[in-house]
Each structure stands twice: as C-alpha cells, then as structure tokens.
Design a binder for this molecule. Structure first.
Ligand code: TRP
Length: 364
C-alpha cells in the first residue's frame, strides 16, 4: 500500500514557534525522508470558516500567510502538494455522507471540540458547521487515502473519529476507505511550547507568540519578555526550572554544539540548568543564549520567506497547481465512495438494466 501523508492548519493567523516545533519541522523531515509516496499539506480555510463565518477576510488574508510560512520552513512544492481546502469541493460531499455515520453524542464527547466550544463562548448556540468540523476532517484525511496524519496531540480525537468513520463506512458499503494512523511529535519537549508569558499555549489573542515571520528584533523582544522564575530575584538566588519559559524553549531547540558557539562556559544544557538551580546564573544569560539559538534556527526561514515574498503571484500559482492535483485525487476517492454507496446511478449499467427488466416484466 502507498504511504500517504495528509495534514494541515487553519489559516487564522501567522504560524509561530509552537507550530514549528509541534508540527512544521517534523513535516519537513518527513518530506525529505523519502519514506512517503505522497504528501499533502492543506490550508484548512473551510474549517477556519466554521468559527469565523462573520470574518472571511481574516481567513482570506491568512491563507497566503500560512502558505508563506509553509514555504519558508522548507516545504518544497516539488515534493509536497500544498493546497487550499475550499478549492476541493469533493471534500464537502464526502463529509455530507460521513455525517450519517456519526452520532451527535459522539461529537459532543470530543474533548477538543468541547474546549473550543468553551473558548469561543459557543455554549448557548453552536454553529452546526462548527459542530460538524470533526466529520469534515475525516473527509480531508480519507479523500487522499492518507495512511499517516502527523498532528499535535490535540488532534488525536479527530483521527480517532476518522478511524471510526472508516470502519463504519467499510463495514456498511464494503472496503473502500483507508484507515489512517496518527503520528505524534516524537520529542516530549515538542508536544507543547508555552507562550512567552508561561501560559499553556501560544495564542494570538494572548499576545504571547513568537512568529516565524518575526524580525530578529521582535524575536529578541519576545524572549526578553519571557516569564522565568518569580523567586529568582538575584543572580545568586537558587532558580527553579518548572514553568521557566527560556529553559522550556531551550529543551526544544538547544543542542550541545550551541554551547561552544554561544556559551562556552558550559558543555551542555544540563550543566547550565544545574548551575541555574544552584544559583549564580542570571535570566539574562539564559535568554541571550536562547536568542542566539533561535536566530540560528530562524535565519534560513527568513531568507526563504523573503524570496517567496518577492513573487506572490508565483506563490498563488504553487497553490493553484496544488489544488488541481489535490482535487484530482479527491475526485478519484469520491468516485469510489459513490460506487460503494451505489449512488453512481449513471455509471451503473446493471442498475439501469435491472430497472428496465422490472418494468418490462410488469408490462407483459
Ligand atoms: N484541525 C486542524 C487544526 O486545527 C486543521 C485540519 C483540518 C487538519 N483538517 C485536517 C489537520 C486534517 C490534519 C488532518 O489545525
């Protein structure tokens, strides 16, 4: 069986370091691993509209932002099909059929949906489209016969639901759909990067993000403002590592070789941590190290982004070609789905013959 990846993001804002360590970096590794026959990365604008119906302009603006972020991290349009969800209408049709295979209570139990409903104050009135987005996500995945869905842990309930839909579809209509596996980030530090304020997650509305498209100055500002250890007032005070943002970021980004370049007094992160905990290391030293490491990481991204920013029509062409390719693939699956469900009336000579014979017999 072919190995196929599908994943994506909602275009509701520029992508940040949380996206980078949580998913983007891994996607590029997977792309370059040569282990996959096809890789699809989707800009989920239709899903973004399920809770932004009144603000389509926000979604529209961010489609290109997310595309630039993808290209800047090194997703290569020659190896990865980047496309826009709404331009593949086959996905909507699939979702309509899948909705019949899922109960309301099943979606209501989805912990990610529950959290989002609370966050958006949807408790009183949930848009039907928003409520159904987990089902539409099952179409996104199955339309491309994806075997592998690399996503963060918050997406696990969606993949679980997709697997249930595949089982139900295949058992009712015969084996048609491919059951996908989730691929979680492999490093504990990558599972979740907190916001610069120490809050659980980077979020645009909290203003605690460092964006991939930030200037060096903005990155430095973000790091300098990071939440550290409120008990570590003087350099010689013992420090605490739990919830200490610069250290959590270092866990995600720092390698031993960085120390010889930027902080040769230590051989590795553990030594720096030990000294910090004993007392004697200032937060400024830790932050300065982090800034250097982030700059090293982000410089190549900025360079690529600048190149693509000079040719925005070219970026739209990349997306257009991606959409055409994605659409062709989804249409093939939709044909199979319609055939399995026997709603391919005009492609089914047996059906027409059978009905003709039935009526011919009645008229004898
Ligand atoms: N729900 C994902 C997010 O919030 C975006 C998404 C839509 C997605 N369809 C998908 C991810 C299919 C993986 C597979 O970012």
């Amino acid at each position: 069986m072919e190995k196929i990846i599908l994943t994506g993001d909602r275009p509701t804002g520029r992508l940040h370091l949380g996206h980078y360590v949580g998913s983007l970096k891994r996607r590029v590794e997977l792309q370059n691993s040569g282990l996959f026959d096809k890789i699809y990365v989707m800009i989920a604008d239709a899903q973004a509209l399920t809770d932004n119906a009144d603000n389509p302009e926000k979604v529209r603006q961010n489609v290109i932002e997310v595309a630039l972020d993808y290209l800047s991290v090194g997703l290569d349009p020659d190896k990865t099909t980047i496309f826009i969800q709404s331009q593949v209408p086959e996905l909507t049709e699939l979702a309509f059929y899948y909705m019949n295979l899922v109960t309301v209570s099943r979606v209501q139990r989805n912990p990610t949906v529950k959290t989002e409903i609370k966050m958006r104050n949807f408790e009183q009135s949930i848009p039907v489209g928003f409520f159904c987005y987990p089902v539409s996500q099952a179409s996104d995945i199955t339309a491309f016969k994806a075997t592998t869905v690399p996503v963060g842990e918050d997406q696990a309930p969606m993949i679980e639901l997709t697997r249930e839909i595949v089982d139900r579809f295949n058992s009712i209509y015969g084996p048609t759909l491919v059951k996908p596996e989730i691929l979680l980030p492999d490093n504990a530090a990558c599972l979740r990067l907190p916001g610069t304020d120490g809050k659980a997650k980077m979020s645009k509305s909290l203003g605690n993000c460092i964006y991939l498209s930030d200037t060096p100055k903005a990155v430095a500002k973000g790091v300098k403002g990071m939440y550290t250890d409120p008990l570590h007032l003087n350099i010689d005070d013992p420090g605490h590592l739990e919830g200490n943002c610069p250290f959590i970021y270092l866990d995600a980004f720092c390698r031993d070789e960085h120390f010889s370049r930027y902080l040769p007094a230590y051989a590795n992160l553990q030594e720096l941590k030990d000294h910090y905990v004993r007392g004697g290391v200032g937060d400024g030293t830790v932050k300065k190290l982090l800034i250097s490491i982030l700059e090293e990481e982000l410089a190549p991204l900025r360079e690529r982004r600048a190149r693509y920013e000079k040719d925005i029509p070219g970026v739209y062409d990349i997306l257009r070609r991606g959409c055409e390719e994605a659409r062709a693939a989804a249409a093939r699956t939709l044909d199979e789905v319609r055939a399995a469900m026997k709603i391919n009336y005009f492609d089914d000579p047996a059906l027409i013959r059978e009905q003709a014979e039935k009526y011919a017999a009645a008229h004898k």
